[in-house]
Design a protein around this ligand. Sequence first.
Ligand SMILES: NC(=O)c1ccc[n+]([C@@H]2O[C@H](COP(=O)([O-])OP(=O)(O)OC[C@H]3O[C@@H](n4cnc5c(N)ncnc54)[C@H](OP(=O)(O)O)[C@@H]3O)[C@@H](O)[C@H]2O)c1
Length: 377
Amino acid sequence: MPHYYWVVTGLFTTLQDCFGFTKHNFARLVREDSAMAVVQNKQIIFKHYIEGIPVESDMELKVGNIKLEVPEGSGAFLVKNLYLSCDPYMRGRMRDFNDSYIPPFVPGSVIEGFGVSRVVESDNPNFKPGDLISGLTGWEKYSLITRTAQLRKIQQDDIPLSYHVGLLGMPGFTAYAGFYEVCSPKKGDYVFVSAASGAVGQLVGQLAKLYGCYVVGSAGTSQKVDLLKNKLGFDEAFNYKEEPDLNAALRRYFPQGIDIYFDNVGGPMLDAVLLNMRPHGRIAICGMVSQQSLSQTEGIHNLFMLIAKRIRMQGFLQSDYLHLFPRFLELIISYYKQGKIVYIEDMNEGLESAPASLVGLFSGKNVGKQVICVARE
Ligand SMILES: NC(=O)c1ccc[n+]([C@@H]2O[C@H](COP(=O)([O-])OP(=O)(O)OC[C@H]3O[C@@H](n4cnc5c(N)ncnc54)[C@H](OP(=O)(O)O)[C@@H]3O)[C@@H](O)[C@H]2O)c1
């Protein structure tokens, strides 16, 4: 037992004996004391709107101070950020474009993203100090949370907390909603997944296997191809960077054609897939990471196949399916605990590593879900 425990316990007993202090008001005293504290706050600031692939110098680390206090009557609360998520959609927020589903970042402001955080001070009865939450927060050590609409409280168990920005968070839910709701899977379907070892793709492939489908994934390195085949249970996988002719590669892996394409990349891969679809196939347009940083996107030339093969191609946003989130959590936690699915996470240490981690997504540096550990507790 650490020494300070005995000191605190002894002090508490003395206070209780002498002044009738209860555990409750002792805890409040400690909290009020922490509320007075001014602590250092490191932040990652978004510098300016960009063209092309993001680079680390588009962001900067700023060190300032923050008072651990929440304005009374604000309904806000203060969190300590533990894990932050790097997601490809964040590139979209780095350009001055307001017609997307999420507004651009504000130059000079802290970057916003999904994270797992612990409440340290609160003026909101629904979020108490000590609560663990998952949702949008700032890329900084401490954040004042004023918008609570899409925050989720985490019921902690033996699953690592960081999984709540990946397998059990937005990317995992994207895989779940996209596969079950958009792809309309049938047992025995031939399924192709691009960016297959990433946060979304790795779960899509495993859900498809559990559904009884034949699954092939593409990824950008031989290490990732090996993970797909030997750890994530894909039937086949290939390195798209080593395939000069994507159409020929897909014909090789799917001589009978593709029933479902879960598209994470867009561009030339989507064009080649269109030529290899089976009649009445389904294409779920989840993301376009290959096009996201281009000022002039590459065209798609084979759309006629939608008619010839009566293919349904549908874009989707995970946020349209949030009513299914409780069902998703229950299923994925149960699959994970039964060992039916595995999860690959790529964890970088420290807020300082955040800019490089985000930039790395666009050259495929991440192996699995990219997470930043800001603090473990
Ligand atoms: N619709 C929605 O609601 C929704 C929600 C979440 C995510 N998404 C989308 O889903 C996709 C996957 O997201 P994620 O979080 O799972 O990311 P991720 O796969 O974990 O990371 C991005 C990966 O994209 C691949 N990549 C990067 N540049 C590429 C290029 N030029 N061409 C082909 N592949 C490239 C890299 O893998 P390789 O090494 O294999 O190339 C990289 O590791 C993204 O497009 C994202 O925007 C959509």
